[in-house]
Design a binder for this molecule. Sequence first.
Ligand code: TGC
Ligand code: FAD
Length: 395
Amino acid sequence: MSSDRFQAPDYYQIDDLLTDEHKLIRDSVRDWVKKEVSPIIEEYAQKAEYPIHINKGIAEVGGFGPYIPEEYGGAGLDQISYGLIMQELERGDSGVRSAASVQSSLVMYPIYNYGNEEQRKKYLPKLASGEWVGSFGLTEPDHGSNPGGMITNFKDKGDHYLLNGSKMWITNSPICNVAVVWAKNEEGRIHGLIVERGMEGFTTPETHGKWSLRASRTGELVFDNVKVPKKNLLPNKSGLGAPLGCLDSARYGIAWGAIGAAMDCYDSALRYSKERIQFDRPIASYQLVQKKLAEMLTEITKAQLLVWRLGVLKNENRATTQQISMAKRNNVDMALKIAREARQIHGGMGITGEYPIMRHMMNLESVITYEGTHDIHLLITGMDITGISSFRVDQ
Ligand code: TGC
Ligand code: FAD
């Protein structure tokens, strides 16, 4: 891959809305991505492996638990810093941002918010340092958009719980040391359980043959009469709202992350269009190419303003699920469209690993589906506007 010459667009001087600390954090993650991710990521994506050696670096730049308090190993940062970190990591690759999203918002978040002190102390520092990898098991083979229908269940056996069922499409499953798993108790109430690798009956088969998010490991979590100690139940929240609360935090990070992928595609397309000569002139001189570039920058700028405002609301604890949903849907869709246009501008070169475009484009095909599909988010907005759920006929 050619050297990383990325320059971030900031057409509306959005940097003026950031504090010096925000900019320092953003720039340090950007430098780290240029040095540690860009040179290797194409090779890892091609061989469908996650570069696990970078986990230490992600931890050092604050990517694991950015907003978790420092006493538990987190970085103790605000929500805009968290967003900027996700933006820069996804500028490198959605798989790298995925690793940080899952660890931070889907594993550390529920342990911090729904767990007890013993659980926080046992798991959070190891996850924050990158020593341990976590995964989050909500989706099942027959329950994706409708997680409330899950059939994974646990029974109270006196001194332990007996867990049965399976989860599918789980980021990091093949390499996780610990999984936060959502399952129903005998009354049908959803609870979170911390399942550790090595527990008898717990296996994590890998899903092979992905054309998307290749630099990220995906698999199943299978529970065959797994004896889970009672102390591993997250005690402080239950019901579907518990996993959905984690999703709010992860979806917020994705809304920022997608901008990173979009910026990388735009930046590459702009540079390529100025350097590529056809009919004796740079292709950047042609109106159709300029139209594409102008529209890309307009959409990136709108997305940047959307997440900045959402970050302010989130810092004030005022961001709603529905507002987060809108930003996730809009920004991922925006990034995917930009990746497709950028690929056109690169012509044949756009399909090669010489440029990051095709990798981002394929990655975004997962990002637009996971954490709630594009259409599910549209319907969450629809429900908010009308007060009528399209998911449930009785509501
Ligand atoms: P619904 O009736 O709307 O809600 C059930 C209960 O939950 C409450 N609630 C929330 N609570 C906290 N935070 C939220 N964001 C909440 N949203 C809803 C709600 O108030 C209700 O509480 P109660 O007390 O009344 O029972 O639920 P529903 O079954 O109708 O489903 C609604 C729907 C479709 C919007 C929801 O289930 C949904 O979001 N589906 C999409 C599933 C999804 O996003 N899965 C993601 C899996 S994880 C993943 O993809 C990780 S990828 C990571 C990576 O690699 O980066
Ligand atoms: P389905 O729910 O079957 O949806 C199929 C189609 O039907 C979609 O277009 C959807 O929008 C549409 N649809 C469904 N219901 C409705 C409706 N009511 N109205 C209109 N349209 C509807 N999950 C985890 O728990 N943990 C993870 O770490 C994780 N990582 C993932 C990593 C990758 C690479 C991928 C691809 C997925 C991951 N997921 C994870 C799962 C992801 O969250 C689900 O794929 C997603 O929620 C959609 O579920 P589904 O694939 O079963 O699709």
